[in-house]
Design a protein around this ligand. Structure first.
Ligand SMILES: [Zn+2]
Length: 297
C-alpha cells in the first residue's frame, strides 16, 4: 500500500472533538492517502473516510470531511494525479462527510446525494445524540442531483453505482459500488472495528444498519475491498464480524426494550459487556453506545 502523509496546519484552537466524529476537530489536520486499487484511493484523517477515483474522465469523490479540510483534500488528490472533483457524492448529510460541500461546490464539483441529504442540508438539522444543531447550508453546498433508490456513473472506464439503504445510519444513506474494481464505499453504515453511531433522530435504526450490511455482503466476495465511513479499509470478513456484533446487540437490547426498560436501565444491566473488548475502544464504550442507539432499537 502506498502511503502519502500530508500534514497541514489549517485550524488551531480548542473546539470540542469526539474522536474526529461529527464535531469540528481542534487542531492541525493530518491526512493519509492510501491506494485501494491503482485508481481508487482513500483519504483518511479527522472526519469520514474520503474515496477518490481518478482517471481520464475526471475525478470522482465520495464525501469531503469537514470544511477546513478541503484544501488538504485537494492536495491529497493532486498527489495521486487527480484534479478538483468533477463529481462529489455524499454518503449522508453529517458534517464530517459533507462539511466541504460549499468549498467543492464553488470549485465546480457537481454534488450528488440521496433526496434526504438535500433536504437535511437545505433545512438545517439537529443531531439529538450530540445536541448538535446545524443551520441550513448555503446553496453552493447543496446536492444538485438527487436520487431515490439508485444512480449510476459511467466514468473512467467503469460503472459506479450508488444505492440507497433505508433507515440505516440516517434516512439518506448511500452505498457506492465500483463494480469493475470490486470496491465498495459503505459510508457510515460501517464503522470498522468499533461501535457505530446510529442517528435515530434523523431516521436511522439498528435494524436498518443490519439490513444495509447484509445488502453490502450480498455484493461482496473474498477479494472485495470495503472502505468504511470510519476506520481502516476492510474485507468482507471484517464486515461479517461487525454485522454479527450488531445482530447480537440488537437482539439483547430489543428484549430489554420489550420489558419496558429505559435506555439508562438497559445500560445499567451491562448487556454488551462481552463485546466491550473488541468494539468498545473507538467512539463509544458499550454503556454510552446503548444510550445513543436505544432510540433506534
Ligand atoms: Zn455519519
Amino acid at each position: 500500500m502506498r502511503l502519502h502523509t500530508l500534514k497541514r496546519n489549517l485550524l488551531k484552537g480548542s473546539i470540542i472533538t469526539l474522536s474526529g466524529l461529527l464535531l469540528v476537530p481542534a487542531f492541525a489536520q493530518e491526512m493519509t492517502t492510501e491506494a485501494v486499487t491503482d485508481a481508487i484511493y482513500v483519504v483518511q484523517g479527522n472526519g469520514g473516510n474520503v474515496g477518490v477515483f481518478v482517471g481520464d474522465d475526471g475525478t470522482f469523490m465520495i464525501d469531503d470531511k469537514f470544511a477546513p479540510m478541503s484544501q488538504g483534500i485537494i492536495t491529497a488528490i493532486k498527489s495521486i494525479g487527480g484534479e478538483v472533483p468533477k463529481y462529489l457524492l455524499n454518503t449522508h448529510f453529517h458534517g464530517d462527510h459533507s462539511g466541504g460541500n460549499e468549498s467543492f461546490g464553488h470549485r465546480g464539483a457537481t454534488i450528488v446525494a440521496h433526496h434526504n441529504v438535500h433536504k437535511r442540508l437545505a433545512e438545517g438539522s439537529v443531531i439529538a445524540a450530540f445536541g448538535m444543531e446545524t443551520p441550513p447550508a448555503p446553496d453552493a453546498a447543496l446536492p444538485v442531483i438527487t436520487f431515490d433508490s439508485d444512480i449510476a456513473f459511467h466514468i473512467n472506464g467503469e460503472r459506479v453505482r450508488a444505492f440507497h439503504v433505508s433507515h440505516a445510519h440516517t434516512d439518506g444513506d448511500a452505498v457506492i459500488h465500483f463494480e469493475g474494481s470490486n470496491v465498495i464505499h459503505a459510508g457510515d453504515i460501517f464503522f470498522n472495528g468499533f461501535f457505530p453511531f446510529i442517528d435515530a433522530a434523523n431516521g436511522g435504526s439498528v435494524q436498518g444498519v443490519i439490513d444495509a450490511t447484509n445488502q453490502i455482503l450480498a455484493i461482496s466476495d473474498a477479494n472485495t475491498k470495503i472502505i468504511p465511513g470510519h476506520g481502516p479499509v476492510a474485507s468482507k470478513d471484517h464486515l461479517i464480524a461487525y454485522r454479527d456484533m450488531l445482530v447480537t446487540a440488537e437482539a439483547r437490547l430489543s428484549s430489554l426494550k420489550a420489558e419496558g426498560k429505559t435506555a439508562k436501565q438497559a445500560a445499567a444491566e451491562t448487556p454488551l459487556s462481552d463485546l466491550e473488548a473488541q468494539w468498545g475502544n473507538g467512539i463509544f464504550t458499550s454503556e454510552k453506545w446503548i444510550k445513543v442507539i436505544y432510540p433506534g432499537i
